[in-house]
Design a protein around this ligand. Structure first.
Ligand code: UD1
Length: 429
């Protein structure tokens, strides 16, 4: 398995290109199941493992998935003339929990589907009850057998009012797609307000759907008999943006992020500003400058959008390990999302966990160590820690990073970081 080696202590200086959002691209790709015409997604981060896995899953359902172009000019076209299989098998679904999103669109178009219960990141129990209850409200009969969810709606899905007992990004997206082809009007109450939900609504509307209210907690979807093809540009990845902003915070220096948008992550930028990081919006992007006298300790609490994102919690905590003072980091979205804590501890961080809060007491310096993480954002937090640590850090299980960050080591080393990927054969030496 590949590893990443970082020799810490080099400030960053340069430009880092930001890609399209993985978490927006996944549901957008699933929209390809809703029409027999081509759906083209530009600014697609096509080399990410999660995008490839979903591409395989869609192909397995009968879609033709074609990627053309390179870098920021890449586009993926998904054409699903016919659904050839309504089963999403365990082998593909287990790799990524977002695969559950195909269930509703398949039932909407084919009136039945069978999807394996998902796996994915090892963060908490992560159930799918909100997805299934929502589809049941739209008239699907749902059964769980042999690890599969079987959903049937012989007469098609019917619009309904769905009140989510808890805010869920995935369930909101799932029901928006299913309701777009249902008979009648669906109202989603207590819906997620994430930018990826808004991006999905823009794409569905371009495909002929009638969706209003995305970005608020009440989304109304007027169902249509059919949707048509469209071309849509994927929104920039706010988690990638935040990760590189925090890389500058911990490593020091100054980096320009073209196409970065502060409005996508206002809460995180506010906390980073309080920590002393400076932001200047210019030339369609954001320049990020680390504070001269080190970072201040700042408390954060993760919340659904527009609050501080859980997907930046581990990176923020890594940054706070070297702050002046202390920081309390509280996780309210997922249980068991502190797997980076013991690994950061191995690098000299001083962190005490009490339930869902972690008290981080800043230390003057981290020291390099071999580390490993079991989810995507925890892994990247260890890379950030390695950028600031004295000596050599080896991050194992790099495949987690490949699920969500394109060319991470290339982007950082172009800004002066001493970071390289050790390929499997080299890593074994
Ligand atoms: C999405 C993001 C993920 C991010 C998360 C929260 C994608 C592909 N992934 O995940 O990176 O960390 O939003 O911002 O977009 N829950 C239930 N029942 C359900 C569904 C969710 O109890 O049926 C719970 C979850 O366990 C969690 C909370 O609701 O505690 C929020 O999860 P949700 O917003 O659904 O996250 P995902 O859509 O899976």
């Amino acid at each position: 398995m590949d590893k990443i080696r970082i020799r810490g202590g080099k400030p960053l200086d340069g430009t880092i290109e930001i890609g399209g959002a993985k978490n927006a691209a996944l549901p957008l790709m699933v929209c390809g199941l809703l029409t027999d015409e081509p759906l083209t997604l530009t600014n697609i981060p096509s080399t990410l493992m999660d995008i490839r896995t979903l591409g395989e899953l869609l192909t397995q359902h009968g879609s033709e998935v074609v990627v053309k172009g390179e870098g920021a000019g890449r586009a993926m076209t998904i054409t699903t003339k016919n659904i050839t299989s309504t089963t999403a098998p365990y082998d593909l679904v287990r790799k990524m929990r977002a695969s559950i999103l195909v269930l509703g669109p398949l039932v909407a178009r084919e009136h039945e589907a069978r999807v394996s219960l998902p796996g994915g990141c090892a963060i908490g129990s992560r159930p799918v009850d909100l997805h299934l209850d929502g589809l049941a409200a739209l008239g699907a009969e749902i059964e769980l057998t042999d690890g599969y969810v079987v959903a049937r709606a012989p007469g098609g899905l019917k619009g309904a009012e769905v009140v989510f007992p808890k805010v869920s990004v995935g369930a909101t997206e799932h029901l928006m797609m299913a309701a777009a082809l249902a008979k009648g009007t669906t109202t989603l109450i207590n819906a997620a307000r994430e930018p990826e939900v808004v991006d999905l609504a823009v794409c569905l509307n371009a495909m002929g759907a009638e969706i209003t209210g995305a970005g608020t907690d009440r989304i109304v979807i007027v169902g249509k008999d059919r949707l048509h093809g469209a071309t849509h540009e994927v929104v920039p990845d706010r988690i990638e943006i935040g990760t590189y902003m925090m890389a500058v915070g911990i490593a020091g220096g100054r980096v320009f992020l073209p196409r970065a948008r502060i409005d996508l992550l206002k809460a995180a930028v506010k906390s980073m500003r309080e920590a002393g990081i400076a932001f200047t919006e210019r030339d369609g992007g954001v320049e990020v400058t680390a504070p001269k006298g080190g970072l201040k300790g700042v408390d954060v609490v993760t919340e659904p959008f527009p609050g501080f994102p859980t997907d930046l919690q581990a990176q923020f905590m890594a940054m706070m390990t070297v702050c002046n003072g202390a920081s309390m980091v509280t996780e309210t979205i997922f249980e068991n999302r502190f797997m980076h804590v013991p690994e950061l501890g191995r690098m000299g961080a001083n962190i005490t966990v009490h339930g869902s809060s972690a008290l981080v007491r800043g230390v003057p310096r981290l020291t390099g160590a071999p580390v490993m993480a079991t989810d995507l954002r925890a892994s990247v937090s260890l890379v950030l820690a390695g950028l600031a640590a004295q000596g050599e850090t080896i991050v194992n299980r790099v495949y987690h990073l490949d699920r969500g960050y394109e060319r991470l080591e290339a982007k950082l080393s172009a800004c002066g970081a001493d970071i390289e990927r050790l390929k499997e054969s080299m890593a074994a030496e």
